[in-house]
Design a protein around this ligand. Structure first.
Ligand code: HXC
Length: 270
């Protein structure tokens, strides 16, 4: 799989590649980018293909929503209302698969949230490494208002990001959080006045990171993501294993060599 074979002919996704940074926009603005089955299948296809790319042709992903009103206003309520328990299980498992694919991409991912990030939208944002948001962003897990619970990872990831009891309060109340509160509790990393400045800063952040060794970033991300589910001793064991593997890489030779020779490192990701 190479970068040119990533399809850009989706019904509900827009992909834009610029200087090794991919912007993936959910493009169903009339329904506030609500995730129906077709959209989730497209996200599965796109993220699976991105995941298979070799040799770091991509250095970062900006995950966002088309239009000014919403990142993603949740899973499609009309479609869910007609699902059998078995269909609902498939739907949840597919969304969880997509969230894991995004979470484990071997480069930094920013969820750039403009407007509503509710239910499945908040859950998809939680699968990114960082959430940037505009002043009008609104977060929440309103599923219990519909007689449901979060099903794309929210019961697990929200608790890990903001703490279990705070996550319970958010999920049991189903209330909306303004962006300032989302920042205060560590859900959002940075707030921007408008979408344009958020997108510019997302790109600048990823370009800054892309000057570093992509191999080292991929390993740091892997160790930190996996470490989240491990005991401290197992996490440390994984850390020293991945740390030592880098000593067989060209990137490590280049990075340390460039420092000693007082020049800028040029990393290959090998
Ligand atoms: C289907 C949705 C939708 C959704 C919005 N729309 N959210 N359609 N599913 N989640 C549609 C509306 O029906 C409407 O379509 C159009 O988008 C514009 O929305 P409005 O409601 O007219 O806009 P507004 O008055 O500005 O209100 C915005 C809103 C509201 C507050 C975000 O739309 C809302 O409460 N949406 C639902 C949010 C939600 O409960 N999300 C969680 C879903 S459960 P028409 O055709 O009428 O113009 C979930 C579970 C995940 O995500 C796990 C699954 C396994």
């Amino acid at each position: 799989m190479n970068i040119d074979s990533i399809s850009d002919s989706y019904q509900f996704l827009k992909l834009n590649l610029d200087n090794r940074i991919l912007t993936l926009s959910i493009d169903r603005p009339k329904k506030l980018n609500a995730l129906d089955l077709t959209l989730l299948q497209e996200l599965d296809d796109a993220t699976s293909n991105i995941r298979q790319l070799k040799d770091f042709p991509l250095r970062g992903l900006i995950f966002t929503g088309s239009g000014e009103k919403a990142f993603i206003a949740g899973a499609d309520i009309g479609q869910m209302s007609k699902m059998s328990p078995l269909e609902a299980e498939h739907f949840a498992v597919l969304g969880q698969k997509v969230s894991l694919l995004i979470e484990d991409l071997p480069f930094p991912v920013i969820a750039a949230v403009n407007g509503f990030a509710l239910g499945g939208g908040c859950e998809m944002a939680l699968s990114a490494d960082f959430i940037f948001a505009t002043r009008n962003a609104v977060f929440g897990q309103p599923e219990v208002k519909l007689g449901l619970i979060p099903g794309f990872g929210g019961t697990q990831r929200l608790a890990k990001v903001v703490g279990r009891n705070r996550a319970k309060e958010i999920i049991f109340s189903g209330r909306n959080l303004k962006v300032e509160e989302a920042l205060e509790i560590g859900l959002v990393l940075k707030i921007f006045e408008d979408k344009e400045s958020m997108m510019n800063e997302s790109r600048a952040t990823l370009e800054l990171m892309s000057k570093n060794s992509p191999l080292a970033i991929a390993k740091a991300k892997k160790v930190m993501n996996r470490g989240n589910d491990l005991t401290i001793s197992n996490g440390l064991e994984l850390e020293s294993e991945q740390f030592s593997q880098l000593f067989a890489s060209q990137d490590m030779k280049e990075g340390t060599g460039a420092f000693l020779e007082k020049r800028q490192a040029q990393f290959s990701g090998k």
